[in-house]
Design a protein around this ligand. Structure first.
Ligand SMILES: Cc1cc2nc3c(=O)[nH]c(=O)nc-3n(C[C@H](O)[C@H](O)[C@H](O)COP(=O)(O)OP(=O)(O)OC[C@H]3O[C@@H](n4cnc5c(N)ncnc54)[C@H](O)[C@@H]3O)c2cc1C
Length: 369
């Protein structure tokens, strides 16, 4: 039923506009208010804070169904739910949860989460954006980049350095609202894919944040961020799964309809073996994702399992969408058919929320423990 709800939402409110938004890099902010009405903006938020109170199985299905239709919107819904809302839900105090979660869950407010900086992506612990305590306030200075909804968000979780460089426990998480003096959006990125998910720089110029907007203890920011990413990576894996399934289905149908040498191209072993490989990889990715979701639902440590799911599913999304373009031949190389977009969108999945190389570092660390 939940899959159907997400599917119906995507078919009605996203499908007709996918290519227009992609071409113009339009971020459809109003769509997220509508998504809130469908319960898609506070999927994991408990009902007492206005959310849908669902678990990770349902969350995976929602992101998957949306991403089958448009990866960009899947990415934005995932960033809003897992990163911004997820951080406040896990580490906010009661008054912060009561203040922000209902607005985020209803879609009235769009959330963002800012960790990455121009010189510190994979090496996020080496961040330069500083927060310095002055009386009862913190003064933020620095730049974050690649921030999903960096311009359009109403509220942003920011992780800034509060201690010495390269020392442990040297960063802290803050909640910053739109309109706070000293907060502004910088350049909007012109991207290969995920073009209707807004990605911008965020600039802090003597941006003053009251101490009651700090989340958790001073120095806990990086640790909190890693915990948030443990859950976030399941959503990027689900995003990858949706893209892979969308590309596979398009290629499967096309292979039955496209005739060459007087027969459907699906009859050629070269094509049918590709379809067999695609289907098998998708199935394996789904099982890894559901394993991570199950462990997350049970409150177990998912660091290894979410990294495995994200690593594998994102690489599957890239390879399946690549094969889908190949099955479509020249038509797959045009914007008349959906597979070129799956192909472009898929590549983000091996980069965002930790590259494939970083996932392997995380997995290796866990298996070598
Ligand atoms: C569309 C989009 C949306 C995003 N949204 C957000 C967001 O909302 N919030 C946010 O905070 N960030 C966001 N990001 C940032 C994203 O998480 C980073 O881009 C990602 O973590 C990689 O960092 P980087 O781009 O600086 O690459 P780098 O860290 O510079 O990596 C470059 C290459 O070096 C490799 N590499 C780096 N270190 C190692 C190592 N130790 N061993 C082996 N290989 C290594 C990487 O795997 C990669 O191949 C977004 C990015 C994109 C593209």
């Amino acid at each position: 039923m939940i899959s159907e709800t997400a599917k119906n939402f995507a078919e009605k409110y996203i499908r007709p506009y996918v290519m227009e938004w992609d071409e113009t890099q339009h971020f459809p902010a109003d769509l997220f208010r509508k998504a809130g009405e469908f319960g898609l903006m506070g999927v994991l938020i408990p009902e007492e804070y206005g959310g849908s109170g669902l678990g990770y199985f349902e969350y995976v299905r929602i992101i998957e169904e949306i991403s089958k239709v448009c990866g960009s919107i899947g990415l934005s819904v995932a960033a809003h739910n897992s990163l911004c809302s997820g951080h406040i839900m896990q580490f906010g105090d009661e008054s912060q949860k009561l203040k922000y979660l209902p607005k985020l869950a209803s879609g009235e407010w769009i959330g963002a989460w800012a960790l990455t900086e121009p010189n510190t992506g994979s090496d996020a612990g080496n961040m330069k954006c500083m927060a310095v305590k002055e009386g009862s306030e913190w003064v933020l200075n620095g730049t974050k980049c690649w921030i999903t909804h960096g311009n359009s968000s109403d509220v942003m979780v920011v992780i800034a350095r509060t201690g010495e460089a390269r020392k442990s426990h040297n960063s802290t998480a803050f909640i910053v609202e739109r309109g706070t003096p000293g907060l502004s959006a910088g350049k909007k990125e012109n991207k290969l894919g995920m073009r209707s998910s807004e990605t911008t720089e965020v600039i802090f110029d003597n941006c003053r944040i009251p101490d009651n907007q700090r989340m958790g203890d001073v120095g806990d920011g990086f640790h909190q961020a890693m915990k948030v990413l443990d859950g976030g990576r399941i959503s990027i894996a689900a995003l990858s799964l949706g893209i892979a399934k969308g590309a596979f289905l398009a290629a499967l149908n096309y292979s039955k309809e496209r005739y060459q040498f007087d027969q459907p191209i699906a009859h050629f072993q070269g094509i049918s073996f590709k379809l067999a490989d695609m289907a098998t990889k998708i199935e394996a990715a789904e099982l890894l994702i559901m394993q991570a979701a199950d462990k997350k639902n049970r409150g177990e440590n998912v660091t290894k399992f979410s990294a495995m799911a994200k690593y594998y599913a994102s690489e599957v999304a890239v390879s399946v969408s690549n094969d889908a373009v190949q099955i479509f031949g020249g038509y797959g190389y045009t914007k008349e058919f959906p597979v070129e977009k799956y192909y472009r969108d898929s590549k983000l999945c091996t980069i965002g929320e930790g590259t494939s190389e970083i996932q392997k570092i995380v997995i290796a660390r866990e298996v070598l423990r």
